[in-house]
Design a protein around this ligand. Sequence first.
Ligand SMILES: [Zn+2]
Length: 293
Amino acid sequence: MKTSKSTYLKMITMLAALVILISGCSIGSMPDSGTTDPANGQKLKVYFLDVGQGASQLIVTPSGKTMLIDAGNNDKEQVMLDYLKKYHISKLDVVIGTHPDADHIGGLDKVIDNIPVSTIYMPKVQSNTKTFESLLKSIKNKGLKVKTAKAGVSWDLDDQVHVEMLAPQGTYEDTNNMSAVVKVTYGNTSFLLTGDAEAESEKAMIASGADLQSDVLLVGHHGSNSSTTQKFLKEANPKYAVIQVGKDNKYGHPKSAVLNRLQKQGVEVYRNDSQGTIEFTSDGESLHIVTER
Ligand SMILES: [Zn+2]
């Protein structure tokens, strides 16, 4: 009798500890591993998809509106389609191709071929690559008309989800600086998605007087030294930063100088190469972060 009682007590204690452990993992912004249920209530989701050396961000709003910014390189076409399937994306309300570089628009043609798209934005810059031509062909086949991505363009993607383009502010010779820079705001939380914008564009954004302050910063140009200048980082003043970078990439991204700047400012850094896809969930007040590994 005595023995079974103490065993019972032990079991209860262990169970309670387990419950505390499990619930403790999902409080606040503590990162944890694994994936969450894609069916969400009044939550905004921002996925920094792991596409190796490249970039892609998927945004799903509380009422299920969807926006895709970039789609990785050409060899990530199937990976992109798999992601969209995984997150139950059957249509895209908005697609943004930040600039014509292959590591951003490479997978977009197949996405457009396979999933209905309502609106597509791209900056006014051409490229004579096969990748770019293939994208234009897919756009044409679907009868889509490209809207110009530039500073000042803004819209409400959902009730409380505001999207604003902060760049390009002008016309630049370097296509990286033509990158569409997109700020997504939901309640009191915000995301600054910078494409491959470099110092010149960052300077122009600061000069424009735009509100750059954001909770989450996509580190510009995969953590290249060309971007994330001290001044820009100070203006954006993010709590979290994401670097979309592939393992052992030939560019040496991210650069240690950029990592040092982020560390000095106390920014919590997440990376696709070491953590896989990074998923942010916002309830309009606080952020919850889940990493794939
Ligand atoms: Zn890039």
